[in-house]
Design a protein around this ligand. Structure first.
Ligand code: 5GP
Length: 129
C-alpha cells in the first residue's frame, strides 16, 4: 500500500505559513522549529518541506538533495544547540515516531531532537494490558 499524504496535518500548515512557529533553522528543503510542548530544555522538530509521512517514506521517495539537506540540517541544529558529544557537548537524542506502534501523532515526517538534560533509558517497559 502506497503512502497517502494528508496536507491538512499541522506541520503542513506550518510549512504553508498558516500557523506560526519558532524557527530554529530553515534550509532549501528542511525546516527546524521548537516543539510547542517541550519535553526537555531543548526540543527541536526537524521536518522536510516535502510531503513525506514518515522516515521510511522519505528514505524511499525523497530526492538525494532532500535527504542530504535534511541530514545536514540535523547536524547544523546539533551545532547550534552546542550538544555535539564530539565537540564537548552533553549529547542528545533523536526520535522519529512512525505509525501506530511508534505513536506518531502528526502525519508529516519529523525528527525530535531532545537535549539539555539527562534523557534516561530509551524505552519504557511495554504495556501489560
Ligand atoms: P509525534 O507524537 O507525532 O512524534 O510528535 C508530534 C509533536 O508535535 C509533539 O511533540 C507536539 O508537541 C508537537 N506539536 C503538535 N502541534 C504543534 C504545533 O502546532 N506547533 C509545534 N511547534 N509543535 C507541535
Amino acid at each position: 500500500m502506497a503512502y497517502e499524504y494528508d496536507d491538512q496535518n499541522i506541520f503542513s500548515k506550518i510549512l504553508r505559513g498558516e500557523i506560526p512557529n519558532a524557527t530554529v533553522l530553515e534550509t532549501e528543503h528542511t525546516l527546524a522549529f521548537n516543539d510547542i510542548t517541550p519535553q526537555a530544555p531543548d526540543h527541536v522538530l526537524v521536518i522536510p518541506k516535502g510531503p513525506y509521512v514518515c522516515y521510511d517514506h522519505f528514505a524511499d521517495a525523497a530526492s538525494d538533495a532532500e535527504i542530504v539537506d535534511f541530514s545536514r540540517a540535523v547536524g547544523e541544529v546539533c551545532r547550534m544547540l552546542d550538544v555535539k558529544p564530539g565537540e564537548g557537548g552533553q549529547g542528545y537524542r533523536m526520535i522519529a515516531n512512525s505509525g501506530e506502534n511508534g505513536v506518531q501523532e502528526v502525519q508529516h515526517l519529523h525528527i525530535h531532537l531532545l537535549a539539555g538534560r539527562w534523557l534516561g533509558r530509551m524505552l519504557q517497559k511495554p504495556r501489560t494490558d
